[in-house]
Structures are given as structure tokens and as C-alpha cells.
Design a protein around this ligand. Structure first.
Ligand SMILES: Cc1ncc(COP(=O)(O)O)c(C=O)c1O
Length: 415
């Protein structure tokens, strides 16, 4: 057995930690104390959340923003505002976080899974076209890892079939497509500010839109069905309390001040790392050049070819971690194979079962997504991309080392 690989006792490529996440400092500390001492802790009392909504929407070239408690609720409210209801079908990708599809169940509608592209892992527009039926009402493209989906083609289909498009931009703060920021491309967009996200406040989310009617609907739904000018105990619409607190608003305003510089750094490092890794056999970075003017790089996705290394993805990632480079297998269970869907654990939301009594997600076959989930997909986290050029060289060196010593991988236990 060779002794080169760190997992076999050799020296790791890297022992230093990568940049920590979240990044914070005096501004966050002062802002949180300011809110504390103001006694204005809820959005209805202060200006932090309202200010952030304006800034975030403007940055993404949209007219309005409604901040909410998380990026799951924002999808749910966007579907609600779009009027999605029982009997409707909503097209979603299967390679994403469950909220993209569970929000559709909670809207009492039917998620229709459409496969992804093999090289970008974004939803495949040719497959969307095939999945459209007379019941289709909406599409939720996810900008996977921060790479904008093929929005020109998606919006053309939407116009043709009169569909609502809700961008799931949970990974894509500050990303751009053909010169325009994501969030301004569909009818509405949903972002998440959960702790791992490129802009975060522990928990949080936002819906942005330039359509005043959709904005009013989201605003009312997130605030117990109230309407502008109405009395506090006057409720016009179905809604709930999904308001963000001023503490989160204050944090978001500070984090927002850091976003543009961080986004530029991620883009620069991501582009460089992709170039470096393109030269490593059996490793293929997420394809670029599909209209993105800026990748959001919430994740740095790469495809792994087990044929080249003779071991599973799990073994490869274990050996990579031993070299000091943390990585993850990504969405290892496609959504259509989650128990939630195979066993139809939809609770009281029976709209999709009433519409499609035979609905059986176990029959759904989406080979590209399944390959990505089962064997090929993997990613590095965004905070690694906040490092220096030298950090990127270390990452690339670790991949190169594993390739050079690939014959030693066979003796690594899979556990
Ligand atoms: C693609 C995608 N959509 C939606 C969400 C939901 O966001 P949240 O965790 O804020 O509810 C996430 C978060 O993980 C996500 O990655």
C-alpha cells in the first residue's frame, strides 16, 4: 500500500482551515445592539426589515420585496399569490432541496418532476416542454448552486402556455443572466437566508417581484391577510404571520453590505477553480457559458466519474477530506425517491391525489438526476471560495494528488 495519500498516513495537502462562515464583525454587533436597545424588535415596529426589502429588491432589479421567515415559506406564498390550487400542476426539478416541491404539495397542487441537464444540473427545458399538460400552471426553475437556469427558454415556454414562473433563487444571491440579476427574470423569485446561504440571518427568506398585484398578495399573506390602510384586527385574505424580526432585518442589512464583494470573490475563485479542475481526469466542474453573467456559487458542483478512480464517490470524498478539503455528495436522494413522495405522506394536502388518484412517484424515472444523486454529483461549500488564489491551488492540488495516487484508493474502507 502506498503512503502518499493522507488517508493512508501521508501528509495532507492542507492543514489550515478555510474561511469561516458566516462572516461578521463590529457592524453586526452594533446593529443588533441598536435594535435591542430601540425596543423595536418586530418588523411592524421598526425600519430594518423594510429597508432591507427595498435594498435587496433593487439590487436584483425588482420593484418589490416581502421578507419572510424562511425560503420554504417564500415559495409557498409565491405559489399562493399566483393562485395555484388543487388540480394544478407545477413543474419542478428533482435535484434540489425538498422545499421546491413540498411547497407545491402545500399549495394543494401536483409537483411534476422534470429531469436536469447532465452538465449543469439545472432543469432541462426540452423536458419541461414535454411535461406541459392542460393542467400545468407554473414552473419553479432552481438556479442550481447559483448557476442561472436557461431563463430565456423557460420564459418563452411560459409565454406560450400562459404559465407563472417562480425562480427558486435560494442559491443565487447576486447571480446574473444575460446581464440581468436573477430574481428579475421570472414573475416572482424566492431567496433563502438560512445560515448556510450566501446572504444569511440564521433563518429568513424573501419574495421579490415587479408585479404589484403579486406583491400585494404576498405582502397580505405574510401579514395575516391584512391590507394596507386596514385596521390591525381587519383580515381580508387567508394568510399567516410569516414576518421577519428586526434583529434579522438588521443582520441582513449588514450582511448585504458585504454581499457584492463576496459575490465577486466567489465568482473569480469559482471560475479559476473550474479551470484548474477541468484538467483533472474524472472530475468535471458544473458547465458554464449558458448565459450566466455571474454564477452565484452557493456551491461549487463537480461530477465524479467512479470508472476513472475505481472507487465510489463516498471513498473519493473521504480521501479528499483527509487531504484537508471538505466536500459533500450533494442531494444524494432525488426528490421523487424521497419517502415523502413515494409514500405520498402529504398530510391534509390531498389536492394532488384527488386530481391524480393513481399518482405514483415510484414510477417516475429521471436518469440524469438519479445518476447525479447516486454516483456522480458532489460539491464544495461556498465559504471555500471566499479564500485566496492559493486556497484554490490547494483544492486543485488535492484533486490532482488523488488522481495521481488513484490506485491507492482501492484499499480505503467505504464505511
Ligand atoms: C433550492 C432551495 N430552495 C429552497 C430552500 C428553502 O430555504 P429555507 O431553508 O430558508 O426554508 C433551500 C434551502 O436549503 C434551497 O436550497
Amino acid at each position: 500500500m502506498g503512503k502518499q495519500l493522507a488517508i493512508h498516513g501521508g501528509s495532507p495537502i492542507r492543514t489550515e482551515a478555510f474561511p469561516a462562515w458566516p462572516v461578521y464583525g463590529k457592524p453586526e454587533e452594533e446593529a443588533l445592539l441598536r435594535v435591542l436597545h430601540s425596543g423595536k424588535w418586530g418588523r411592524i415596529d421598526g425600519e430594518e426589515v423594510a429597508t432591507f426589502e427595498r435594498r435587496f429588491a433593487e439590487y436584483h432589479e425588482a420593484r418589490f420585496g416581502v421578507a419572510v421567515v424562511n425560503g420554504t415559506v417564500s415559495l409557498r406564498l409565491a405559489l399562493f399569490a399566483a393562485g395555484i390550487q388543487a388540480g394544478d400542476e407545477v413543474i419542478v426539478p428533482p435535484f434540489t432541496f425538498m422545499a421546491t416541491a413540498s411547497a407545491v404539495i402545500e399549495a394543494n397542487a401536483t409537483p411534476v418532476f422534470v429531469d436536469i441537464e447532465p452538465d449543469t444540473y439545472n432543469i432541462d427545458v426540452a423536458m419541461i416542454r414535454k411535461a406541459i399538460t392542460r393542467r400545468t400552471r407554473a414552473i419553479i426553475p432552481v438556479h442550481m448552486a447559483g448557476l442561472p437556469a436557461d431563463m430565456d427558454a423557460i420564459m418563452a415556454l411560459a409565454r406560450e402556455h400562459d404559465l407563472v414562473v417562480i425562480e427558486d433563487a435560494a442559491h443565487a444571491h447576486g447571480a446574473a443572466y444575460r446581464g440581468r440579476r436573477v430574481g428579475s427574470l421570472g414573475h416572482m423569485a424566492s431567496f433563502s437566508f438560512q445560515s448556510s446561504k450566501n446572504l444569511c440571518s440564521g433563518e429568513g427568506g424573501i419574495i421579490i417581484t415587479s408585479d404589484e398585484r403579486l406583491y400585494e398578495a404576498c405582502r397580505s399573506a405574510h401579514n395575516c391577510g391584512r391590507i394596507p390602510g386596514g385596521a390591525w384586527y381587519e383580515h381580508h385574505n387567508l394568510g399567516g404571520n410569516y414576518r421577519l424580526s428586526e434583529f434579522q432585518g438588521a443582520l441582513l442589512n449588514c450582511q448585504f453590505d458585504r454581499l457584492e464583494e463576496q459575490a465577486q470573490r466567489r465568482e473569480e475563485n469559482g471560475r479559476y477553480l473550474a479551470e484548474r479542475l477541468a484538467g483533472v481526469p474524472g472530475i468535471t466542474p458544473q458547465a458554464r457559458g449558458r448565459g450566466e453573467t455571474r454564477h452565484g456559487y452557493h456551491l461549487f458542483i463537480f461530477r465524479y466519474d467512479p470508472q476513472v478512480y475505481g472507487v465510489s464517490r463516498a471513498v473519493f470524498l473521504k480521501a479528499l477530506a483527509a487531504e484537508g478539503i471538505p466536500a459533500a455528495p450533494g442531494y444524494a436522494i432525488p426528490l421523487h425517491r424521497q419517502v415523502l413522495f413515494t409514500e405520498r405522506h402529504f398530510g391534509p394536502y390531498t389536492g394532488c391525489l384527488d386530481t391524480h388518484p393513481q399518482l405514483d412517484y415510484r414510477q417516475v424515472s429521471l436518469p440524469v438526476c438519479e445518476r447525479a444523486s447516486d454516483t456522480a454529483g458532489a460539491w464544495l461549500y461556498q465559504s471555500l471560495l471566499l479564500g485566496s488564489r492559493r486556497d484554490m491551488d490547494d483544492i486543485a492540488a488535492a484533486f490532482e494528488k488523488l488522481y495521481t495516487h488513484r490506485s491507492e484508493l482501492a484499499s480505503v474502507a467505504a464505511d
